[in-house]
Ligand binder design. Structure first.
Ligand code: NAD
Ligand code: G6P
Ligand code: MN
Length: 450
């Protein structure tokens, strides 16, 4: 494996997360010696904007020799590449808005990755990601792919069915930002923590958090603190009310189920009614992101375009970019750092089906991910929730490959945010129309009569 003059390609280069990732790359250039960055995106305007921003960052960091390329041509993007960071959003925020608003019309959770919005996104995203993985297998099969394109479990399940030996890590930043937020709120240092965690992506629980400095499991005291004093948003989400709502819900979950700390995304499954009641069906998270992060990125690009010379780079994405670079360097230097990764189960959670895609701690080195087995059974509450959700996810991926309407309907009905097969069908039928051109064509004749 090459260890210097590395070439990275960002698939979905126009994403608003790109500056945060590049910032982390530049801050770690000694450990991660790159000489070439390629931004690959199907949206030329967004890639143009991002290229301006990244070029500006390179100049301001005295790294003008790093080669910067932007392209929408797969061969150019993926030839001679060492690492691909993958963060595409098939259908963009416009389709995310539909994912969120259509289920809400029927009184169901409308969310980017959870519930039926997440399933709709999955049926769009799988094809886009498989195409990119295919390009990489063709032009740079030696490259490592670090994927965080959502919905992660569905992507991961689909990719491994087609490319079982692909060199790909699937990672989500939620556990990191959850830990960082807890640590900042209650006066701990996350760097000292060794957390134990298990679940599906955006659907998991901590069983202990050992603090190396304090030499104890701090989870019992954290549970007490979460019950007593709800967390405030950390600086990287400051001013973002929807994250404040999420942390308030986390306190509620912890109060009602105080045996473990849940991933905050479980609010969508455990308190679906509250989530629906609090949602504004005319202005959802996609609208907030379009009016916030997306607009801000465009404004920064325009400032640079108009010749601004002051430091206009003021993005704060918390740990997002850093964990991606940490994973890359852990592979590169065989560091065996520990991350939560989305991997095939194969006994890591011993009493869950072995072909489930789960999220558990894993050590990362030259061999990729080496997951940590729990070595104890999970109890019926968590197991029951996970088994149903996992079956729904498997059915959805089947529906993608088999173009099966009936499996899509089963998946929609079994999704843990849905309490009615009739509503599942109404949402599915409306989603089919809304996603024309993005979803595989589902075979209507396979539809069961409800
Ligand atoms: P975004 O829409 O702002 O950016 C995505 C970019 O991908 C756009 O520039 C778009 O043109 C491009 N794109 C879409 N389809 C493409 C394709 N087929 N090929 C190449 N480029 C394509 O979205 P965002 O908010 O920046 O998020 C990007 C992705 O990262 C999403 O999938 C999001 O869910 C995911 N994400 C995951 C995590 C995690 O923890 N796993 C965290 C943050 C974001
Ligand atoms: C967290 C999750 C991601 C998700 C993102 C949404 O980072 O781990 O999987 O995509 O939140 O954030 P947004 O600001 O786009 O709603
Ligand atoms: Mn995530």
């Amino acid at each position: 494996m090459k260890t210097e003059n590395l070439h990275i390609t960002i698939a979905g280069g126009g994403s608003t997360y790109t500056p945060g990732i590049i910032m982390a790359v530049l801050n770690n250039i000694d450990r991660f010696p790159i000489s070439s960055i390629t931004l690959y995106d199907i949206d030329k305007e967004r890639n143009d904007d991002m290229c301006l921003i990244i070029n500006y960052m390179l100049q301001n960091n005295d790294l003008p020799d790093v080669k910067l390329t932007q392209t929408s041509d797969p061969e150019t993007a993926f030839t001679d590449v060492d690492f691909v960071f993958s963060q595409i959003r098939v259908g963009g925020m416009e389709m995310r808005e539909k994912d969120e608003k259509i289920p809400l019309k029927y009184g169901l959770v409308g969310q980017e990755t959870c519930g039926l919005g997440g399933f709709a996104y999955g049926l769009r995203s799988i094809g886009g990601l498989l195409e990119i993985v295919g390009f990489i297998q063709k032009y740079s099969p030696q490259a490592w792919i670090l994927n965080y394109t959502n919905p992660e479990t569905l992507i991961s399940e689909a990719v491994r069915r087609v490319y079982p030996n692909v060199k790909m890590l699937n990672a989500c930043d939620m556990t990191i930002s959850l830990e960082e937020t807890i640590a900042r709120n209650y006066g701990y240092n996350r760097e000292n923590w060794i957390p134990k965690y298990y679940g599906l992506n955006h659907f998991g629980w901590y069983t202990s958090i050992y603090d190396k400095e304090l030499e104890r499991d701090v989870m019992p005291e954290l549970i007490q603190k979460l019950k007593d004093t709800p967390m405030k948003v950390a600086s990287f989400n400051s001013g973002d009310n929807s994250w404040q709502d999420a942390w308030d819900m986390l306190s509620k979950i912890t109060t009602n189920f105080p045996d473990q700390i849940a991933n905050n995304y479980l609010e969508y499954y455990l308190y679906s009614d509250d989530v629906v009641d609090h949602a504004d069906p005319n202005y959802t998270r996609a609208n907030q992101v379009m009016d916030g992060r997306l607009k801000h990125t465009k404004d920064v690009a325009n400032l640079i375009r108009s010749g601004a010379t002051d430091d206009v780079i003021d993005f704060d994405f918390g740990e997002h970019g850093q964990y991606i670079v940490d994973m890359a360097t852990s592979i590169l230097n065989d560091e065996h750092r520990r991350f939560m990764l989305i991997v095939p189960n194969y006994g890591a959670i011993p009493n869950l089906r072995e072909d489930a895609v789960v999220e558990v701690p894993a050590y990362v080195g030259r061999l990729g991910a080496e997951p940590v087995a729990m070595r104890h059974h999970i109890n019926d509450f968590h197991k029951g929730l996970m088994e149903a959700q996992n079956a729904a996810e498997k059915l959805l991926v089947d529906a993608f490959f088999e173009h099966s309407y009936s499996k899509a309907l089963q998946a929609f009905t079994l999704n843990q945010t849905v309490n009615s097969a009739a509503k599942a069908k109404l949402v599915l039928d409306e989603m089919i129309i809304a996603n024309k051109g993005y979803w595989p064509e589902l075979k209507e004749d396979a539809a069961p009569v409800l």
